[in-house]
Design a protein around this ligand. Structure first.
Ligand code: FAS
Ligand code: PHB
Length: 389
């Protein structure tokens, strides 16, 4: 088999790249390790920056998103019984939308089916060969047979645990990592959201987040110990703990109900440089991870996709390789800014086991400056809605 671009990974990065390339007449085959249902069962991000919204529109997959999403002009932050809102629209004239990553992925799969683009599910043992030559190829196992796809380029969109990053030799790759000493226990419940905006809560008992998917589907998180297991937490225990971390008037309004999904995500900051090796280009979680506090994971994957999409169309349509040659440097410049915002908001809102009384005073002073200082709010707003591509 031969194609122009092999995309390893059928998550949002791979699917969005595949759809954008298709619209430019560039052929790509997506190799996905799991089944489509498995991919769609993962509950992940919920906030889309305008950059990603624009890309979804350019990819022609925004109809359902435009109909069903919530547009949020700001977000709320609480500390003990204080609650304040950061109004993005008033401060910088921009907003974000609330639309689950699951729905983004579903829309992209539907679009891929509609154009008959090839996605190979349950592609096992994917291996990338000769990426540092002009004739790379990819092999994989399917129905206990080995298959080979020759191509011009490979897009590694296979997430943190994928094979693409490991294909870049250790002598070339430099990795940066910070593992946080806690996780997020998240639940999905068919209950109305507790507030009209998201609430990021800093409390003496730890961080909490009140998010949503639609008017009767809410997403809540509480900071938990790394030793916790989702099955250790009954729904009642979760709701009681969440209430203790919210302002009283919010906790009183909280509508509880059975969880329809419950999982724990570890929190880490991670970047692997470079994001290109020969004809292999890394996109999204394959190259970088952020703690979800700043809602930057999916959105930084989107800026990688946009850069690589433009680089590949430049190569194929204009015989111009400059986009490919500058991809890694350009993508990493924005990645590190997203890493910083995610690291800063995680430090601002979580409780750390080794925090001293002085550290807690600094954290409180930082939150109060965000509460009362317009310049601090503008910095938060610009980063949260998304820095320019
Ligand atoms: P993904 O990991 O989504 O997709 C990679 C795909 O590649 C998967 O479908 C996988 O099955 C496939 N794959 C892996 N190895 C393969 C192989 N060897 N061969 C073929 N296919 C392979 N971000 C936010 O902004 N907000 C959040 O709240 C948030 N919550 C998260 C919770 C969890 C538990 C996790 C893990 C991440 C979360 N993220 C969040 C970040 C997340 O949304 C990612 O940024 C986003 O999924 C990135 O998309 P991809 O780069 O496509 O990677
Ligand atoms: C979510 O809705 O899942 C969500 C929203 C904002 C975040 C993290 C997760 O910062």
């Amino acid at each position: 088999m031969r194609t122009q671009v092999v995309i390893v990974g059928g998550g949002p990065s791979g699917l969005l790249l595949g759809q954008l390339l298709h619209l430019k007449g560039i052929e790509a085959i997506v190799l996905e390790r799991k089944t489509r249902d498995y991919v769609l069962a993962r509950i992940r991000a919920g906030i889309l920056e305008t950059g990603l919204v624009d890309l979804m529109r350019e990819a022609g997959v925004s109809e359902r998103m435009d109909k069903e999403c919530f547009v949020h002009s700001g977000t709320s932050i609480s500390y003990e019984n204080e609650l304040f809102s950061i109004n993005f629209e008033k401060l910088i004239g921009r907003n974000v939308i609330v639309y689950g990553q699951t729905e983004v992925t579903r829309d992209l799969y539907d679009a891929r089916d509609a154009v008959g683009a090839q996605t190979i599910f349950e592609a096992d043992g994917v291996s990338i060969h000769d990426a540092d030559t002009d004739a790379p190829y990819v092999t994989y196992l399917k129905d206990s047979k080995e298959h080979r796809i020759d191509c011009d380029f490979v897009a590694g969109c296979d997430g943190f645990h994928g094979v693409s990053r490991q294909t870049i030799p250790d002598t070339v790759r430099k990795e940066y990592e910070k593992v946080f000493p806690f996780g997020w226990l998240g639940i999905l419940s068919e209950t109305p959201p507790v507030h009209d905006e998201l609430i990021y809560a800093n409390s003496t008992r730890g961080f909490a987040l009140c998010s949503m998917r639609n008017e009767n589907l809410s997403r809540y998180y509480i900071q938990c110990d790394l030793s916790d297991k989702a099955e250790d937490w009954s729904d009642d225990a979760f709701w009681d703990e969440l209430k203790r971390r919210l302002p009283e008037d919010i906790a009183e309004k909280l509508v509880t109900g059975p969880s329809i999904e419950k999982s724990i995500a570890p929190l880490r900051s991670f970047v692997s440089e470079p994001m290109r090796w020969g004809r292999l280009f890394l996109c999204g979680d394959a190259a970088h991870i952020v703690p979800p506090t700043g809602a930057k994971g999916l959105n930084t994957a989107a800026s990688d996709v946009q850069y690589l999409y433009h680089a590949l169309t430049g190569f194929y349509l204009d015989k111009d390789s400059r986009g490919l040659d500058t991809y890694s440097e350009k993508a990493l410049a924005r990645v590190w800014k997203a890493e910083r915002f995610s690291w800063a908001t995680t430090n601002l809102l979580h409780r750390f086991p080794d925090q001293s009384e002085f550290d807690l005073k600094m954290q409180r002073a930082e939150i109060e400056s965000l509460h009362f200082n317009e310049t601090a709010q503008k910095w938060f707003a610009e980063n949260y809605v998304g820095l320019p591509y």
